[in-house]
Design a binder for this molecule. Structure first.
Ligand code: NAD
Length: 335
């Protein structure tokens, strides 16, 4: 398929960005990827990849030069452990990235701009119960996100709204609910809960020690959406004429204890959960997908079990290779 549209994916070295680049290439687009790092788990599929720090205005101008459509994914982010401990850094870095990228896209004449927001924009007081009412897009105001990460996302959502109204650039805003999958960060402090759970259970399996640490009592709830559905949803939103923020996630809510049980079942081991102190984020969160279904005529499809099975197998391979390299495992045990 050939398509003359030139698109930019920022954050193309990251988890969702690297998958999105592949998806857009399959659709026939010419793709420029930009990031401060290259994809960790394989080559980029982009036609061109620029190593640029998007906090800097002149780099944003270079990144958006000659570009028709921007998918803005670059962000300083991570799981709950990272987000709850780096408020100033996140607010500063992400504000600069998003202010400069959107203004540079406008100056360079981009026609469409998709901004990746987060369920972290929703007010904390609507998420205090594990059996939470699913969050619909209009619940966001009056605003009271839990962390600086969510406050910045909210301001950037508004920036997109005003740029569309004042300058006519067609902006789209997606609010992700916990995206997971293979080829994402699984270790080092920025990983999110599905990847961390797969890593802990893979280690338990390979070491023959069934104990898994879980932050808090494990009764906090979330919904999780597999990466292939995420990139399809992003693409459909960009092509739609819906310019208000839209949830993108699954609406099946489970507790973190249940997540551990599903992953253990995939790994084929019995686990023993040890609940320890740690950041848990809001008590409960789920996506209301009514508007998503209405606007896109579509919603994420892959079951949590199937998505986690693909993810677990990939992470178990990473963990095994890492343990072998560190001498934590003999090749006889690993095989
Ligand atoms: P990620 O951390 O894997 O990717 C973000 C990328 O942005 C990284 O590769 C990082 O190097 C890059 N980046 C950071 N600072 C930069 C800078 N100054 N200049 C250029 N690039 C920079 O995260 P992800 O999971 O792929 O998330 C993509 C987007 O989706 C982010 O905006 C994130 O906030 C949002 N989001 C993700 C989730 C999720 O569940 N993964 C949930 C809600 C929102």
């Amino acid at each position: 398929m050939s398509n003359k549209t030139r698109v930019l994916v920022t954050g193309a070295g990251g988890f969702i960005g690297s998958h999105l680049v592949k998806h857009l290439k399959e659709k026939g687009y010419w793709v420029r990827g930009v990031d401060i790092k290259r994809p960790e788990f394989g080559d980029t599929a982009a036609d061109e990849f620029l190593d640029l720090d998007l906090r800097r205005w002149e780099n944003c101008l270079s990144a958006t030069e000659g570009i028709d459509e921007v998918y803005a994914l670059a962000a300083d982010m991570g799981g709950m452990g990272f987000i709850s401990a780096h408020h100033a850094q996140i607010l500063y870095n992400n504000s600069l990235i998003n202010l400069h990228t959107l203004e540079a896209a406008r100056e360079n004449g981009a026609k469409r701009y998709l901004y990746t927001s987060s369920a972290c924009v929703y007010p904390e007081h609507l998420q205090e119960d594990a059996n939470v009412v699913p969050l619909k897009e209009s619940d966001v105001y009056p605003a009271y996100p839990q962390d600086a990460y969510g406050w910045e996302k909210l301001i950037s959502e508004r920036l997109c709204m005003h740029y569309r109204e004042d300058y006519g650039i067609e902006t789209r805003t997606v609010r992700f609910h916990n995206i997971f999958g293979e080829e994402g960060t699984w270790d080092g402090g920025r990983e999110k809960v599905p990847a961390a759970m797969c890593r802990k259970i893979a280690r338990a399996k390979l070491l023959g020690d069934p104990t898994i640490e879980i932050w808090g009592d494990g009764e906090q709830t979330r919904s999780f959406c597999y990466i292939a559905d995420c990139v399809e949803g992003i693409y459909r939103l960009m092509r739609s004429d819906h310019h208000e923020p839209l949830n993108l996630g699954q609406d099946r809510m489970i507790s973190i204890n249940e997540l551990a049980d599903i992953v253990a079942n995939i790994a084929g081991i019995e686990i023993s959960k040890k609940h320890v102190d740690g950041p848990q984020g809001v008590r409960g969160r789920n996506s209301d997908n009514t508007l998503l279904r209405e606007v896109l005529g579509w919603e994420p499809k892959l079951s949590l079990e199937d998505g986690l099975a693909i993810t677990y197998r990939w992470i178990e391979d990473q963990v095994r290779a890492d343990m072998l390299a560190k001498g934590e495992l003999s090749s006889a045990v690993a095989s």
